[in-house]
Design a protein around this ligand. Structure first.
Ligand SMILES: Cc1cc2nc3c(=O)[nH]c(=O)nc-3n(C[C@H](O)[C@H](O)[C@H](O)COP(=O)(O)OP(=O)(O)OC[C@H]3O[C@@H](n4cnc5c(N)ncnc54)[C@H](O)[C@@H]3O)c2cc1C
Length: 348
């Protein structure tokens, strides 16, 4: 893993760039911009760099010492980091815009998407992505384990993506949860053949001890007589047109109930720009991602966006590439070679 893209930065240009978010997009951009001689300050709400790579994904899939080494190279080249700084809360975005010559927003997708079914806000129905971050904060000594929800007993994980895979893997394999789990069920609304995590990953989870319930979907969570009850409905797959995954359709009358101790919602994650609603002339797309033109510039001149907060939940590779591409455009902007697009040219 490498974020710094040169042996030695070019002489200082006197321009400064504020980057919000130390995930792959923000770190990739920092490496390019520092090499071009700009002063770079990276702001992150967490105590260490790496974003979801560091705090969401288990060690077995991505080695944390490799991330630390790549971040160390950035620091040695002069990139400054301001950790434990939540932009929009600890420091206003408008302040950063006025402090830096350009700002890059790379804050990712840090909110578990809602299922919009009754009972999903009960305390035993947990947003998986946020919980995984808590676990890894504790694992790396940034949070006491007493502040992490220590799941056990019968656990249900809902989803078919990488977050769902990790919400299965962590309770079944991490030392801290050893002996706590009686049964772990993964409920997915299609069949494993169509899962975003891929069939091989689901087979691996099964080998770890998870029961895989394909073609099922929870439609209600409730408490009754001290029991935590989940109502499911069975689904069938219907053709959805060329090149599309088949569409899961509920089978009327197929509802059934089961009791669980804990439920993880892992049906997707939503973009988290560093402000509530609107701020600073920066517009959002209907899906919550930040609106940009083809140069990664937002509707506010000099403010750019990259990574998952720009294009929606993706993978490390596309997020990193987006950060690298955005950095090239920021450099053009700082050197007077890029003009802001007119509003009607902005991509929606
Ligand atoms: C549980 C899980 C497992 C995944 N597994 C894989 C996998 O195996 N392989 C793969 O390729 N991809 C995986 N992904 C997807 C991948 O992690 C993301 O696509 C990628 O990390 C996005 O990069 P990013 O830089 O856009 O944002 P992120 O990595 O999300 O980084 C955003 C950064 O912004 C910071 N931040 C957010 N808001 C603020 C704020 N207001 N102020 C300051 N800082 C802020 C966050 O702390 C974070 O450091 C997984 C995602 C999740 C959730």
């Amino acid at each position: 893993m490498k974020f710094l893209r040169c042996k030695k930065p070019q002489p200082n240009t006197g321009k400064t760039v504020g980057i919000i978010g130390a995930g792959p997009a923000g770190l990739g951009a920092a490496g390019i911009l520092r090499c071009k001689g700009h002063d770079v300050v990276v702001y992150d709400m967490l105590p260490e760099a790496g974003g979801m790579m560091f705090f969401g994904i288990p060690e077995e899939r991505i080695k944390k010492d490799k991330i630390r080494q790549a971040v160390r190279e950035l620091m040695d080249a002069g990139v400054k980091f301001m950790f434990n700084t939540k932009v929009g809360k600890d420091v206003p975005l408008e302040f950063l815009i006025s402090t830096h010559d350009a700002v890059l927003i790379a804050t990712g997708t840090w909110k578990t998407s809602r299922m919009n079914v009754p009972g999903e806000d009960l305390p035993w129905v947990i947003p998986a992505a946020e919980w995984l971050v808590d676990v890894h904060l504790a694992l790396h000594g940034y949070k006491p384990w007493s502040e992490v929800i220590m799941v056990g007993g019968n656990i249900l994980v809902i989803g078919g993506g990488l977050t769902a895979a990790d919400a299965v893997t962590v309770p079944l394999t991490y030392e801290q949860f050893k002996g706590r789990v009686r049964k772990l069920v993964l409920s997915y609304r299609r069949t494993r053949k169509y899962a975003p995590m891929r069939e091989t990953e689901m087979n691996r989870l099964e080998k770890l001890g998870a029961e895989i319930w394909e073609l099922t979907q929870p439609i209600e969570f409730r408490e009754e007589g001290g029991k935590k009850i989940v109502t499911f409905i069975r689904l069938e797959l219907r053709e959805a047109g060329a090149g599309k995954r088949p569409r899961p359709v509920p089978i009327p009358g197929s509802e059934f109930e089961r009791t669980f101790d804990w439920v993880f919602k892992a049906i997707g994650v939503s973009p988290t720009p560093p402000f509530e609603d609107r701020c600073c002339g920066i517009e959002l797309n209907p899906d919550g991602t930040i609106k940009t033109d083809e140069n990664f510039m937002t509707t506010r001149p000099g403010v750019f966006a990259a990574g998952d907060v720009r294009h929606g939940a993706s993978l490390i590779g596309p997020a990193l590439k987006s950060g690298l591409d955005a950095a090239e455009k920021i450099h053009l902007y700082l050197t007077g070679q890029l003009k802001p697009a007119r509003v009607e040219e902005i991509r929606v």
